[in-house]
Write a protein that binds this ligand. Structure first.
Ligand code: C2E
Ligand code: MG
Ligand code: MG
Ligand code: MG
Length: 288
């Protein structure tokens, strides 16, 4: 499970909390203070080109280092942040922090000159009237090329928003930032809907990558997605790649880029320069 990515204590904590309203209340009021106490931080997971294994982007993934409970993973606290509205200030901070950080790498690390920043956006942020202004301000204060920014929205969240603001989409297009559809394949998006969204990237959900090599139809969903993507000139990123067999299968299918534990889990920002400096483990052998 994704939850184990940044430490196991969060999983344990979640189990303890189940059925404990008091625990949940605590977490809620703690989350209110987390931003100002600087307990929230971002880790970054590299997104690589499947052929060259060059890092092409970094996805910012939010972590909460709780003073008593230790690391808490986003699957636990993002839902609370969404229900309480705290996702708005938190999401603004995530945008500013991630864009500022990735722009630093683009400027100072030659291997990162062209990397893009992928930032997760919750539905509640996306439908907020001032969302394009928030993005614009973060892009400007970071000084990053807006073309190097990909906003990730999950497919199911998008489908749940009845009056998805067309204005927001138009303004984001004007700003020049890209939209990625996260966890793609778990909802029911139609081709016309994807076109209306003017998405730039489809991120194939990990569950479909897991099916690769399992039976005769293991690749069929990914083949279908690739067909759709090709039709609309969309980029495709495969998520949750863990094994060499999956890498080889995704290459054979023609998927352009990917991320997953096979290359790296998310890492603290200070480990990124070393990451860019050295080829991922095993890649020399595989490319030889
Ligand atoms: P996501 O955007 O689909 O992010 C991918 C998740 O899969 C991450 O979990 C990542 O650590 C995990 N993952 C990556 N590679 C592998 C792999 O090879 N195997 C497995 N099993 N898992 C892998 P994480 O960091 O726990 O994040 C979970 C979700 O929380 C994210 O899913 C995203 O929807 C949400 N999230 C994370 N950061 C933010 C944020 O800043 N804002 C918002 N609104 N949501 C966020
Ligand atoms: Mg994502
Ligand atoms: Mg995803
Ligand atoms: Mg997800």
């Amino acid at each position: 499970r994704a939850k184990s990515a940044g430490g196991d204590s969060s999983a344990v904590y979640e189990v303890q909390m189940t059925g404990q309203a008091a625990g949940r209340l605590d977490l809620e009021s703690d989350l209110r203070l987390a931003l100002q106490r600087r307990e929230l931080l971002l880790e970054y997971q590299p997104i690589v080109d499947l052929r060259s294994e060059v890092t092409v982007g970094f996805e910012a993934l939010l972590r909460w280092h709780h003073p008593e409970h230790g690391p808490i993973m986003p699957d636990v606290f993002i839902p609370i942040a969404e229900e309480t509205g705290l996702i708005l200030p938190i999401g603004t901070w995530v945008l500013q922090e991630a864009l500022g950080q990735v722009e630093q790498w683009r400027r100072h690390l030659p291997e990162a000159a062209n990397v893009y920043a992928a930032v997760n956006i919750s539905g509640r942020q996306f439908v907020a009237r001032d969302f394009p202004d928030v993005v614009d301000a973060a892009v400007r204060s970071a000084g990053i090329d807006p073309a190097a920014v990909n906003l990730e929205i999950t497919e199911t969240v998008l489908m749940d928003q009845p009056g998805l603001p067309k204005e927001t989409l138009q303004r984001l297009i004007q700003l020049g930032v890209g939209l990625s559809i996260d966890d793609f394949g778990t909802g029911y998006s139609s081709l016309s809907y994807l076109k209306w969204l003017s998405a730039r990237t489809l991120k194939i959900d990990r569950t479909f990558v897991e099916e690769l090599g399992r039976g005769p139809h293991g690749a069929s969903i990914i083949e279908l997605v690739l067909g759709m993507a090709d039709n609309l000139s969309l980029n495709v990123v495969a998520e949750g790649v863990e094994t060499l067999d999956q890498v080889n299968e995704l290459r054979r299918l023609g998927v352009r880029s990917a991320q997953g534990y096979f290359w790296s889990k998310s890492m603290p920002s200070d480990r990124v320069p070393d990451w860019l400096d050295t080829l991922p483990p095993g890649s020399r052998r595989r490319l030889a």
